[in-house]
Design a protein around this ligand. Sequence first.
Ligand SMILES: Cc1ncc(COP(=O)(O)O)c(C=O)c1O
Length: 401
Amino acid sequence: MLVAYDRPMPDTLSTDLASAAVVDRAVRRASGLVKWTKYDDDVIPAWVAEHDLGQPPAVHERLRQLVDAGAYGYHAVDGELVEAFCNWVFRRHGWSPDPDLVRPTNNVVQGVWASVQAFTRPDQKIMFSDPVYYPFQSLGSTTHRDVVKWNLVRDGAGWHYDLEDLQTLLEGDPSIRLLLLCHPNNPTGRVLTSGQLTRIVELAHEHDLIIVSDEIHYDLVHPGAEHVPTLTIPGASSCTIATTSGIKTFGIGGLRCAVTVCGDEQLHAGLAEIPENLLTAPNRFGCEASIAAWNTGDAWVDDLKAVLDANRHRLVDRLHAELPEVGVHLPESTFLAWLDLSAFEPGDRPSTWLRAQTGVACESGPKFGIGAEGHVRLNFGTSPALLDEIIDRLVAGLAHA
Ligand SMILES: Cc1ncc(COP(=O)(O)O)c(C=O)c1O
């Protein structure tokens, strides 16, 4: 049974975002983006973590100027990038990083790996929480560090962090040196609260721990939750490195641009031990797109968040009503929903199974680590019309599965 959608698209939506929100699948495929080309034409892609809702107009204008000028040579816009970033996070998150401690990098994950190399020895352990952004699963093997998992726990209300569990793990193993936070969490959307972060920072001091806080999804936290940058927590600056970027917010992942923010000069000096050719600078297009987005994107991001907020309710309301066998909680952040398909017994490749049943391509849950069996991650960062088509396909394909 179809339920009426009682949360219409916000009527204040700017024309820029409203026109970007028209998703023509043939046009998207022709753009060559991997999201649209990986699977056959009749599959709707909802897998990679990239929204379909375009970019602020200033991004296109600036990139067009560069193309027209053939400005493809070496550049020196790092200072401008750092300034635009600092202004953005102050306006959006009340965070005032010291610009001298902000290092532009090619991408977020590079800052994570560099921090492990810079701040841990091979005989020390690193820690993070499953389920998590799946490339982190290779962090231990590729840096030759052992990994201890502080996993999210699930109850009737969703996925949660257990701070007592963290304390017990740290007390039981003094060789744990670095805690990687995925804040907000991909794939569950869970956001750490200020109280939880305060406790994590206390534990970091008690156990001589470095915190690496991946905050790439920080701009997309929905009503009812709030993003608190880890570096704004009292005491965090002497033990925390944050890494983030505009790529998720502004849909510019292919342009490769991020920042790694050190809490103090000592951490900054530690990170500087990593050769520049391994922790590399962003390219000019990534920098200029990020600068334009950070300098002009406030109203556009407000519109984007309104669409994503409506979409998350739409998805969860319809699944609860029309496919109650699918386990899903309202995500606090991002455009990612973490669907539990265990009731259908989808086997150990749930996304392959789901694609065959429905023609919707999601990301496979088991890649995200412990607790992810039977799950898939669905990207709802698309037009409301395409989201409805995705949900229709799920309902039709799973009704008799
Ligand atoms: C939590 C998280 N960190 C990092 C990344 C990737 O960022 P980058 O391509 O800048 O390394 C993603 C992309 O999905 C992500 O979800």
